[in-house]
Design a protein around this ligand. Sequence first.
Ligand code: HEC
Length: 112
Amino acid sequence: MRFLASVNGNVLVAGLLMGGLMLLARPAADGPGLFKANCSMCHGTDGKGFQALKTPDFTDPKWQASVTDKQITEVIKNGKKDTAMPAFEGKLKNEEILALVAYVRSFGSKKK
Ligand code: HEC
């Protein structure tokens, strides 16, 4: 029993260490940087969009209220059919897409 308990303890400590190292090794996805590099040419660095491209104004509370996080995630992953909005699945990692969803949402809370 005692032996088992100490083995379990070691496994637990090793597991925690590994988890901690993996977290350290993985940089948090940079929402603003990703947006600038992949989205701002069509959505504007300020997220307000361009009339000529028919991109929505992410700072508009009405737009923010009209979409769910899930919809934003799907649109970034799969693009929007019959529009210029491209699909980013396979180009961006899941966590990068999630960081972009959060960044798109953050435009709604910025008064400009
Ligand atoms: C080539 C231009 C282009 C690029 C690049 C682009 N988009 Fe879009 N996006 C569009 C257009 C055009 C629309 C509007 C589609 C429509 O008519 O509903 C759109 C719509 C959206 C919408 C709103 C969808 C909805 O249902 O209202 C979101 C969210 C979005 N884009 C996020 C992004 C993000 C995040 C990126 C970068 C990873 C990105 N877009 C890159 C052109 C682009």
